[in-house]
Design a protein around this ligand. Structure first.
Ligand SMILES: [Zn+2]
Length: 238
């Protein structure tokens, strides 16, 4: 489980225009360099075509080197064998490991996805992989990665009211006193309500220039949250 910094370069192809071949090559080189650092085969990481939906797909063994990812906002690797990536720049990357089955998952959780249930759907998908006698979320863990914090994510008053009506923990106020949303607190509340153990990485994308922020620098780039298992971990589970 890891996050890339801005120093790793932008890892998103979808924000490039069709004619930006040099930029595309740069993203592909950056993705390969990240895989070298992870110790996984180049092109094997599963990337999604993210659209702020609540849809979850199963990683099919084909990484970005072989095909364009399917349209969805969360992915699951049933045996944890395929590295999963989620592209972000202010939205939350939420990464999962189910200690019971060895399954992994990665979710893209922004305001829309959170409200529409992308995290609940991801937990459901992981739970469905468990044997019938072991349903539930005991042994499931999630990491909430860097995103825009509750002091920075300014929204209109009516948007805050709508969001907080669904997930009260989203309600926040900016450091300058205007309506805001606290995505990390909202995500944590949703996951805890499902009994998932949660760890939060308190790093605000808007305030910390080590990571990309769409609000600070629109279109500049996306970083990724990654979850993968090493051979040693797989062997430990037998
Ligand atoms: Zn902040």
């Amino acid at each position: 489980m890891a996050w890339t910094s801005a120093a790793a370069g932008s890892l998103a192809l979808h924000i490039l225009g069709a004619d930006e071949t040099p930029a595309r090559r740069e993203v592909e080189q950056s993705r390969a360099a990240v895989e070298d650092a992870m110790g996984v085969e180049r092109g094997r990481t599963f990337y999604l075509d993210q659209v702020h939906s609540a849809d979850v797909v199963t990683a099919d063994g084909i990484g970005w080197g072989g095909a364009a990812g399917p349209t969805a906002d969360a992915s699951v690797s049933p045996d944890g064998s395929q590295p999963l990536a989620v592209l972000v720049a202010d939205c939350l990357p939420v990464l999962f490991v189910d200690g019971l089955t060895g399954a992994t998952a990665a979710s893209h959780a922004g305001r829309r996805g959170l409200l529409d249930g992308v995290l609940e759907n991801t937990v459901d998908a992981l739970e469905a992989l468990r044997p019938a006698g072991a349903r539930g979320t005991f042994g499931m863990k999630a990491w909430i990665g860097p995103g825009v914090c509750g002091r920075c994510y300014e929204v209109p008053e009516d948007m805050r009211a709508e969001a907080a009506a669904r997930i009260p923990e989203l309600h926040s106020t900016t450091s300058w006193g205007t309506p805001a949303l606290n995505l990390p607190a909202g995500a944590q509340a949703v996951l805890r309500a499902r009994g998932v153990a949660v760890e939060r990485i308190d790093l605000c994308t808007l305030e910390d220039e080590r990571v990309f922020s769409h609000r600070r620098q629109p279109g500049r780039g996306r970083f990724v949250g990654l979850v993968w298992t090493t051979g040693a971990e797989a062997a430990d589970r037998g």
